[in-house]
Design a protein around this ligand. Structure first.
Ligand SMILES: *Cc1c(COP(=O)(O)O)cnc(C)c1O
Ligand SMILES: [Zn+2]
Length: 416
């Protein structure tokens, strides 16, 4: 302990001590930022800073995380994060870009970005002796919590909307979590989870409610920084545009927090420009950005990208700030554009679920609108695997022909 010094409300600025059991600001419900004593961190690490070598997961960043080492060596808990970065030349050529990278979060143990948050929340649960961890989820947060919990023998309870894609529900069940499918929306599941956690004393992981999820998600920023300092691509981080799909807004605000930590440590001069991409049918954060204020007005969300389908984003204010404070912006894409992005990524060997491909769809949109071009350095996150939602994937491509088992049948198909 020592480096985790408390919480600060992102709305009113009130501070709370680290040992207070707390999720959101009791005064105004604002999201809490985790406060770290970075001076203490810098002294501990010494002149060399964070070593460039470490274990192949996000725990290499433990000195910058507000939790103790959770153990779990030899389990998937150790392998959350540290995902590959690809440089897809065919996509860059198609888009007329010279500098394009894609970080593929489908390589996480449960196949989405959410493992980063769930791994750190499990570490926190172990530290405070919380036996049961509960979350609301459109699917991925739950799968991540269920998987990370199972890895170290922890109990997980998941509330998901009954409309969640079957592959995600299968994951929850196979990992052995207690699964409750709510006959309602993600937002209904969210509110019910908070009631249940209060009634039964469960530790609640809810995205944009538990302050530790953003701390897990910030490790993606550390990895982008590590990639940049290792590959030395010839431009400053602040010249780069980082495309991120946005639902509740917790990934983009967590990544923003990571870059703010690095800046406070004096390890980077300025963050990349964070570009939030939302689906047109689930655009509460982008709407606030477009109006030029921080008021998040709920929408009736409808999009094929279930992982970013949210009526009332739970981390909206910080998500708006992430774009504004880094010189980034928001952009909207249609479901048709998301499906095209799935097909385009597939041709480069990357299989994304709709919400995962949304960031790439935003890049295509940005190029079409003329505010990204050949001179830009672009970095895109794919946040989740296409195997999570096979029905959506099939909508992105033409059906395969069914043929008789004869060479003639093959010949007639090959000709046409
Ligand atoms: C959760 C999720 C997102 C969006 O993250 P938020 O924190 O809700 O903005 C994007 N893509 C995938 C695959 C996700 O699971
Ligand atoms: Zn407050």
């Amino acid at each position: 302990m020592g480096k985790f010094t408390g919480y600060q409300c992102s709305l009113c600025g009130a501070e709370y001590p680290p040992d207070q059991p707390i999720y959101a600001c009791p005064v105004d419900g604002g999201n809490l930022d985790v406060l770290l004593d970075l001076h203490h961190v810098r002294l501990q690490l010494g002149a060399g800073g964070l070593p460039q070598e470490g274990e192949p997961g996000l725990w290499r960043y433990l000195p910058l995380l507000p939790v103790d080492d959770p153990g779990g060596r030899g389990t998937p808990l150790r392998l959350a994060g540290w995902t590959p970065v690809f440089e897809p030349a065919s996509l860059a050529a198609e888009l007329g870009l010279r500098r394009l990278w894609i970080k593929d979060e489908s390589h996480n143990p449960t196949a989405s970005f959410k493992d980063r948050a769930s791994a750190v929340v499990i570490a926190r649960a172990r530290q405070i002796g919380a036996e049961v961890v509960v979350t609301a989820s459109t699917g991925n947060a739950g799968a991540a919590l269920a998987g990370m919990a199972a890895a170290v023998g922890h109990k997980a309870v998941i509330f998901a909307p009954r409309s969640a894609p079957p592959a995600k529900v299968a994951q929850l069940l196979v990992y052995g979590a207690t699964v409750l499918l709510v006959d309602g929306s993600y937002d209904d599941a969210f509110d019910l989870t908070i009631q249940a956690s209060e009634a039964f004393g469960w530790y609640c992981r809810n995205t944009g409610y538990n302050p530790f999820t953003a701390e897990g998600k910030k490790t993606a920023a550390f990895e982008v920084w590590d990639w940049h300092r290792k590959t030395r691509p010839g431009f400053a981080l602040s010249e780069m545009k980082l495309f991120i799909s946005v639902g509740d807004g917790n990934i983009i605000s967590g990544i923003h927090k990571g870059f703010k930590d690095l800046q406070a440590l004096g390890w980077i001069e300025a963050p990349p420009q964070l570009i939030g991409v939302q689906a047109e049918g689930s655009a509460a954060i982008a709407n606030a950005y477009a109006r030029g204020d921080e008021r998040i007005i709920p929408v009736q969300s409808t999009t094929i990208a279930d992982s970013i389908s949210v009526d009332l984003p739970r981390d909206g204010v910080r998500a708006v700030r992430a774009a504004v404070q880094t010189g980034g912006r928001y952009v909207l894409v249609s479901d048709a554009e998301i499906l095209s992005a799935i097909a385009a990524l597939g041709k480069a060997g990357l299989f994304a679920e709709p919400a995962g491909a949304t960031a790439y769809a935003g890049l295509v949109k940005a190029i079409g609108e003329g505010w990204v071009g050949a001179d830009d350095a672009v970095f895109v996150l794919n946040t989740g695997s296409g195997l999570k939602d096979v029905r959506a994937a099939m909508q992105a491509v033409k059906e395969a022909p069914v043929i008789k088992p004869s060479l003639d049948a093959v010949k007639s198909v090959i000709k046409s």
